[in-house]
Design a binder for this molecule. Sequence first.
Ligand SMILES: O=C(O)C(=O)C[C@]1(C(=O)O)C=C[C@@H](O)C=C1
Length: 239
Amino acid sequence: MSADPDLMLRPAVADDVPLLVQVMRAAREAAPMPDLPYADREVGAHLAARLSMDETWVADDGDGPVGFARLTGTWLDDLYVVPEAQRSGVGSSLLDLAKALRPDGFGLWVFSSNVPARAFYARHGLLELESTDGRANDEGAPDLRMVWAGEQPLSYLRAQIDEVDDELAALLARRTALTAAVQEIKPVGGPAGRDPEREQQIAERIAPMVPLLPPEAVQRIVHTIIEASLDAAATPGRD
Ligand SMILES: O=C(O)C(=O)C[C@]1(C(=O)O)C=C[C@@H](O)C=C1
């Protein structure tokens, strides 16, 4: 649907903050997501403090804010539209603005339960890249990281792959060192003398944490890592 012709997108000012708190609260209460775990005063103080650090944009229909978006350098941290103005193009206008302001792409977190918001972002070309059990967010509710991969999506996604590969390399280094340490106290005699039962337990324990891979694939990866680590531990002068 096309947006209200009177709709204006403008940078937020300090006077907007109390109304933005109301927009956020109304939007959250109407959506299938956890309640906001803060008082209005705390939300207002946070938004006010972020005004000078982030880019906060208000969607104003002439009678005041009906939605707003808050962008950091790489995240769309808030995008809220009051229930009465939803499905009228306000959210799309704010999201299009975010894309124009961050042509290299951005990420956002959405609660897994918020199926309408996930569908809205998917319709606008965002990808779901990661899910969590919610332990790390203030609401303790499962969430998803979605990204808009920007105008050069291959570059954006490759940069994300490089970041994850750095983490994988660090984990691989730690794990290889642990396999070598176990060999010091309980030699299995190199790749030939492995403990298949223990390796099976490891693969079965972690497979559910990698739902996008079949359990057999996780098992192959675990075995490959252990084999290579045992090889390295048995090869003098590698470290
Ligand atoms: O847990 C052990 O007994 C180990 O030797 C460690 C380890 C591993 O790296 O996880 C290595 C070889 C065995 O086949 C099983 C597991």
